[in-house]
Design a protein around this ligand. Structure first.
Ligand code: PLP
Length: 200
Protein backbone atom coordinates (compact mmCIF):
# COMPACT_ATOMS: atom_id res chain seq x y z
CA UNK A 1 0.00 0.00 0.00
CA UNK A 2 1.34 3.42 -0.97
CA UNK A 3 0.06 6.41 0.98
CA UNK A 4 0.30 9.65 -0.97
CA UNK A 5 -0.12 12.89 0.97
CA UNK A 6 -1.97 15.23 -1.38
CA UNK A 7 -0.63 18.68 -0.54
CA UNK A 8 -2.12 20.99 -3.18
CA UNK A 9 -2.50 24.63 -2.08
CA UNK A 10 -0.35 24.03 1.03
CA UNK A 11 3.02 25.66 1.20
CA UNK A 12 6.41 24.04 1.42
CA UNK A 13 6.74 24.41 5.19
CA UNK A 14 3.91 21.93 5.73
CA UNK A 15 5.48 19.49 3.30
CA UNK A 16 8.75 19.71 5.21
CA UNK A 17 6.92 18.93 8.44
CA UNK A 18 5.28 15.92 6.83
CA UNK A 19 8.59 14.74 5.40
CA UNK A 20 10.14 14.99 8.88
CA UNK A 21 7.33 12.74 10.11
CA UNK A 22 8.22 10.17 7.47
CA UNK A 23 6.03 11.05 4.49
CA UNK A 24 7.90 10.12 1.32
CA UNK A 25 5.18 10.51 -1.32
CA UNK A 26 3.49 13.79 -2.18
CA UNK A 27 0.60 14.36 -4.57
CA UNK A 28 -0.03 17.59 -6.45
CA UNK A 29 -2.62 18.53 -9.03
CA UNK A 30 -1.40 21.73 -10.67
CA UNK A 31 1.78 21.84 -12.69
CA UNK A 32 3.18 25.23 -11.74
CA UNK A 33 2.63 24.70 -8.05
CA UNK A 34 4.02 21.18 -8.22
CA UNK A 35 7.13 22.24 -10.10
CA UNK A 36 7.84 25.02 -7.60
CA UNK A 37 7.54 22.61 -4.70
CA UNK A 38 9.70 20.02 -6.40
CA UNK A 39 12.41 22.66 -6.70
CA UNK A 40 12.00 23.89 -3.11
CA UNK A 41 12.08 20.41 -1.65
CA UNK A 42 14.73 18.94 -3.92
CA UNK A 43 16.98 18.32 -0.90
CA UNK A 44 14.37 15.91 0.52
CA UNK A 45 14.06 14.01 -2.77
CA UNK A 46 10.48 12.83 -2.16
CA UNK A 47 8.48 10.95 -4.76
CA UNK A 48 6.14 13.32 -6.61
CA UNK A 49 2.81 12.05 -7.84
CA UNK A 50 0.86 14.16 -10.32
CA UNK A 51 -2.84 13.52 -9.69
CA UNK A 52 -4.65 16.37 -11.51
CA UNK A 53 -5.92 16.80 -15.01
CA UNK A 54 -2.95 17.21 -17.31
CA UNK A 55 -2.90 19.51 -20.33
CA UNK A 56 -0.96 18.16 -23.27
CA UNK A 57 1.29 21.20 -23.48
CA UNK A 58 2.44 20.62 -19.88
CA UNK A 59 2.97 16.88 -20.19
CA UNK A 60 6.70 16.79 -20.81
CA UNK A 61 7.40 19.33 -18.08
CA UNK A 62 5.47 17.30 -15.52
CA UNK A 63 7.44 14.21 -16.45
CA UNK A 64 10.62 16.03 -15.43
CA UNK A 65 9.79 15.92 -11.72
CA UNK A 66 6.88 13.51 -11.29
CA UNK A 67 7.85 9.88 -10.94
CA UNK A 68 4.20 8.86 -11.11
CA UNK A 69 1.38 10.38 -13.17
CA UNK A 70 -2.07 9.18 -12.09
CA UNK A 71 -4.12 11.03 -14.68
CA UNK A 72 -3.27 9.64 -18.11
CA UNK A 73 -6.61 9.55 -19.89
CA UNK A 74 -5.89 9.71 -23.61
CA UNK A 75 -3.51 8.15 -26.08
CA UNK A 76 -2.24 11.52 -27.31
CA UNK A 77 -1.14 12.39 -23.77
CA UNK A 78 0.63 9.05 -23.37
CA UNK A 79 2.40 9.64 -26.68
CA UNK A 80 3.75 12.95 -25.38
CA UNK A 81 5.00 11.31 -22.18
CA UNK A 82 6.75 8.48 -24.03
CA UNK A 83 10.52 8.75 -24.20
CA UNK A 84 13.18 6.62 -25.84
CA UNK A 85 15.73 8.21 -23.56
CA UNK A 86 13.94 7.19 -20.37
CA UNK A 87 13.49 3.73 -21.83
CA UNK A 88 17.23 3.40 -22.45
CA UNK A 89 18.26 4.80 -19.05
CA UNK A 90 15.79 2.55 -17.23
CA UNK A 91 14.02 5.46 -15.54
CA UNK A 92 10.46 5.26 -16.86
CA UNK A 93 7.61 7.46 -15.71
CA UNK A 94 5.07 5.34 -13.86
CA UNK A 95 1.55 5.96 -15.11
CA UNK A 96 -2.02 5.13 -14.24
CA UNK A 97 -4.93 5.09 -16.66
CA UNK A 98 -7.49 7.44 -15.13
CA UNK A 99 -11.05 6.20 -15.57
CA UNK A 100 -14.05 8.53 -15.47
CA UNK A 101 -16.73 6.87 -13.35
CA UNK A 102 -19.23 9.67 -13.98
CA UNK A 103 -21.34 10.36 -17.07
CA UNK A 104 -19.81 13.87 -17.25
CA UNK A 105 -17.19 14.02 -20.02
CA UNK A 106 -15.68 17.15 -18.44
CA UNK A 107 -14.37 15.10 -15.54
CA UNK A 108 -10.94 13.67 -16.12
CA UNK A 109 -10.61 10.10 -17.22
CA UNK A 110 -11.15 7.74 -20.10
CA UNK A 111 -14.57 6.11 -20.50
CA UNK A 112 -14.64 2.75 -18.71
CA UNK A 113 -15.15 0.87 -21.97
CA UNK A 114 -11.99 2.47 -23.40
CA UNK A 115 -9.65 1.73 -20.48
CA UNK A 116 -8.24 -1.55 -21.82
CA UNK A 117 -7.44 -0.06 -25.22
CA UNK A 118 -5.62 2.86 -23.62
CA UNK A 119 -3.68 0.50 -21.35
CA UNK A 120 -2.61 -1.56 -24.35
CA UNK A 121 -1.53 1.59 -26.15
CA UNK A 122 0.59 2.74 -23.20
CA UNK A 123 2.14 -0.69 -22.83
CA UNK A 124 3.62 -0.38 -26.32
CA UNK A 125 5.26 3.01 -25.66
CA UNK A 126 8.88 3.49 -24.55
CA UNK A 127 9.77 5.09 -21.23
CA UNK A 128 6.40 4.48 -19.57
CA UNK A 129 5.71 1.93 -16.86
CA UNK A 130 1.98 1.23 -16.70
CA UNK A 131 1.08 0.59 -13.06
CA UNK A 132 -2.71 0.28 -13.22
CA UNK A 133 -5.92 2.28 -13.04
CA UNK A 134 -7.00 5.36 -11.11
CA UNK A 135 -10.35 6.98 -10.39
CA UNK A 136 -12.09 9.54 -8.24
CA UNK A 137 -15.47 8.43 -6.85
CA UNK A 138 -18.42 10.46 -8.21
CA UNK A 139 -19.72 13.13 -5.83
CA UNK A 140 -23.14 11.52 -5.71
CA UNK A 141 -23.70 7.87 -5.08
CA UNK A 142 -22.03 5.13 -3.14
CA UNK A 143 -18.22 5.21 -3.24
CA UNK A 144 -18.07 1.48 -2.58
CA UNK A 145 -20.09 0.74 -5.72
CA UNK A 146 -17.90 3.08 -7.75
CA UNK A 147 -14.73 1.42 -6.50
CA UNK A 148 -16.19 -2.03 -7.17
CA UNK A 149 -16.63 -0.90 -10.74
CA UNK A 150 -13.04 0.34 -10.83
CA UNK A 151 -11.89 -3.03 -9.54
CA UNK A 152 -13.64 -4.82 -12.38
CA UNK A 153 -12.05 -2.41 -14.86
CA UNK A 154 -8.70 -3.18 -13.22
CA UNK A 155 -9.31 -6.89 -13.76
CA UNK A 156 -10.02 -6.30 -17.44
CA UNK A 157 -6.81 -4.26 -17.77
CA UNK A 158 -4.82 -6.95 -15.98
CA UNK A 159 -6.10 -9.67 -18.23
CA UNK A 160 -4.45 -7.76 -21.05
CA UNK A 161 -1.45 -6.23 -19.21
CA UNK A 162 -0.85 -8.49 -16.19
CA UNK A 163 1.76 -6.24 -14.58
CA UNK A 164 -0.64 -3.30 -14.38
CA UNK A 165 -2.18 -4.44 -11.13
CA UNK A 166 -2.19 -1.26 -9.04
CA UNK A 167 -5.36 0.65 -8.16
CA UNK A 168 -5.11 4.34 -7.23
CA UNK A 169 -8.30 5.13 -5.37
CA UNK A 170 -9.46 6.58 -2.10
CA UNK A 171 -9.41 10.11 -0.73
CA UNK A 172 -10.06 11.49 2.75
CA UNK A 173 -13.77 10.73 2.72
CA UNK A 174 -13.77 7.36 1.02
CA UNK A 175 -10.48 5.60 1.64
CA UNK A 176 -12.08 2.81 3.67
CA UNK A 177 -14.35 1.89 0.76
CA UNK A 178 -11.40 2.09 -1.64
CA UNK A 179 -9.29 -0.24 0.51
CA UNK A 180 -12.21 -2.67 0.69
CA UNK A 181 -12.19 -2.76 -3.12
CA UNK A 182 -8.48 -3.39 -3.45
CA UNK A 183 -6.88 0.07 -3.62
CA UNK A 184 -3.08 -0.04 -3.57
CA UNK A 185 -2.42 3.72 -3.79
CA UNK A 186 -4.36 6.06 -1.49
CA UNK A 187 -4.42 9.78 -2.31
CA UNK A 188 -5.21 11.50 0.97
CA UNK A 189 -5.34 15.27 1.32
CA UNK A 190 -7.31 17.01 4.03
CA UNK A 191 -7.42 14.07 6.45
CA UNK A 192 -3.62 14.46 6.72
CA UNK A 193 -3.08 18.17 6.13
CA UNK A 194 -6.21 19.65 7.65
CA UNK A 195 -8.48 21.94 5.68
CA UNK A 196 -6.94 23.17 2.45
CA UNK A 197 -6.36 26.86 1.88
CA UNK A 198 -8.81 27.82 -0.88
CA UNK A 199 -6.13 28.61 -3.37
CA UNK A 200 -2.60 29.86 -3.44
C1 PLP B 1 -7.31 16.84 -3.91
C2 PLP B 1 -7.26 15.46 -4.43
C3 PLP B 1 -7.18 14.36 -3.56
C4 PLP B 1 -7.22 14.49 -2.05
O1 PLP B 1 -8.50 14.90 -1.65
P1 PLP B 1 -8.94 14.93 -0.10
O2 PLP B 1 -10.42 14.87 -0.15
O3 PLP B 1 -8.43 16.20 0.47
O4 PLP B 1 -8.35 13.74 0.55
C5 PLP B 1 -7.08 13.10 -4.12
N1 PLP B 1 -7.08 12.90 -5.46
C6 PLP B 1 -7.17 13.92 -6.32
C7 PLP B 1 -7.16 13.64 -7.77
C8 PLP B 1 -7.26 15.22 -5.85
O5 PLP B 1 -7.36 16.24 -6.72
Amino acid sequence: MTLIAVTKFHDGALLRELAALGVTDFGESRHQEARAKARDLADLAPTWHFVGQLQSKKARQVAEYARVIHSVDRASLADLLASDERESTGTPVEVFVQVNLTPDPERGGVRPQDAVALAEHIERLPGLDLRGVMAVAPNDGEPRAAFARLRSISEAVRSSVPRASAISAGMSNDFAEAIAEGATHLRIGSAITGIRPLRR
